[in-house]
Design a protein around this ligand. Structure first.
Ligand SMILES: Cc1ncc(C[n+]2csc(CCOP(=O)(O)OP(=O)(O)O)c2C)c(N)n1
Ligand code: SF4
Length: 340
């Protein structure tokens, strides 16, 4: 018996309801599996009908993800998932639109689109799988690779400063910006659910281990025994504290971040309280990195602004009311001539 969308919306989904019949083709040990699992878990929690989601990707290992979902999906071309997703959202604002992209796809060839989607505030959700390497094409360095990375495409080490995706997103005007690691699945699920709730472009930067071509690049701060000392979790309205022994915090003063050490459990009053609407604070935190600083995770920025598709719909409505559309009048207006 067939069911209506409304009836299906009442169904309580389980993560496996979002699993397609396709064989997952990532290498054994790849953290893309963890992101897929987190995404399926989050969509089950979000609970809207499967056909109300569209998952769009470019090309790369990360970009295979739409095949593994029982939602709508489109595996497009390298670097172009964002323009396609923008078109999908503008044409059908009812859809929840997701972009699955790698650091090559989003920051190299697709970097321009990333800037402009954020500036426009299209209500789509972008998950950046950052493994700091081109996985699909067998291990060339990417724009997020650390300076000095040695691999087949840089046998003597890269000589470039890496791009910082979060700083790029913040500077481009993104209204929801977050970071986590594929090693923190529960946190990733929470961020995906929050991204879905946000109206406007949501950007989640995910550190993702490529087991084959760049294994262990994030281990220094994501391994279980060091996490608490080498990460700091940002929470709106809460002081910036970290450390297994609850004995360190961050102070934001005169545009700079300072680490403050204190007696366990006794933070001084001048530890900065996180404010997800403070752009300068978010930008300063986006540049912190281990070993000088703990690596920040969580929601860096969340603000409400008009979305691109709402503004388009409003403008179409105003134009219709004001201009009483007439296609013939349009075609024969201005510089029109007949070729005989
Ligand atoms: C126009 C174009 N240029 C280059 C390529 C080759 N290519 C395919 S995937 C890729 C990079 C993949 O890296 P990333 O986006 O970081 O994803 P990952 O495979 O690491 O998940 C490149 C350069 C292509 N398919 N199309
Ligand atoms: S090449 Fe790397 S990113 Fe691609 S599937 Fe294999 S482990 Fe994952």
């Amino acid at each position: 018996m067939s069911t209506t969308v409304e009836e299906r919306e009442q169904i309580k989904y389980k993560p496996n309801d979002f699993k397609s019949d396709q064989d997952v083709r990532w290498c054994p040990g790849c953290e893309d599996y963890a992101i897929l699992k987190a995404f399926q878990t989050a969509l089950a929690e979000i609970g809207i009908a499967r056909e109300k989601h569209a998952v769009i990707s470019g090309i790369g290992c990360a970009a295979r993800l739409p095949y593994y979902m029982t939602t709508y999906g489109f595996h497009t071309i390298h670097g172009r998932p964002i323009p396609v997703a923008t078109g999908v959202k503008v044409a059908n604002p009812e859809l929840s639109v997701w972009v699955m992209t790698g650091d090559g796809d989003a920051i190299s060839i697709g970097g321009n689109h990333l800037i402009h989607v954020m500036r426009r505030n299209v209500d789509i959700n972008i998950l950046l799988f950052d493994n700091r390497v081109y996985g699909l094409t067998k291990g060339q360095y990417s724009p997020t690779s650390d300076r000095g990375t040695v691999n087949k495409s840089a046998p003597m080490g890269t000589i470039e400063e890496p791009a910082e995706p979060l700083a790029l997103a913040l500077a481009s005007g993104a209204t929801f910006v977050a970071r986590t690691s594929a090693a923190y699945v529960k946190h990733l699920v929470e961020l995906i659910v929050e991204a879905h709730k946000h109206k406007g472009t949501s950007f989640i930067h995910i550190y993702q281990n490529c087991y084959v071509y760049n294994d262990g690049v994030f281990d220094q701060f994501t391994e279980k025994d060091v996490r608490e000392d080498r990460n700091i979790v940002l929470e709106h309205g809460k002081p910036l504290l970290f450390g297994k022994n609850n004995d360190r915090g961050l102070k934001f003063k005169d545009g700079r971040i300072e680490i403050v050490e204190f007696k366990s459990g006794n933070p001084p009053d001048d530890i900065t309280v996180y404010d997800e609407t403070n752009l300068s604070l978010a930008l300063s935190l986006s540049r912190l990195y281990w070993p000088e600083y703990p690596v920040p995770m969580g929601i860096f920025r969340r603000v409400q602004q008009p979305t691109f598709e709402d503004s388009i719909q409003a403008q179409i409505k105003r134009a219709k009311e004001k201009l009483s559309p007439d296609i013939n009048r349009l075609l024969y207006s201005g510089d029109v001539w007949e070729v005989k």
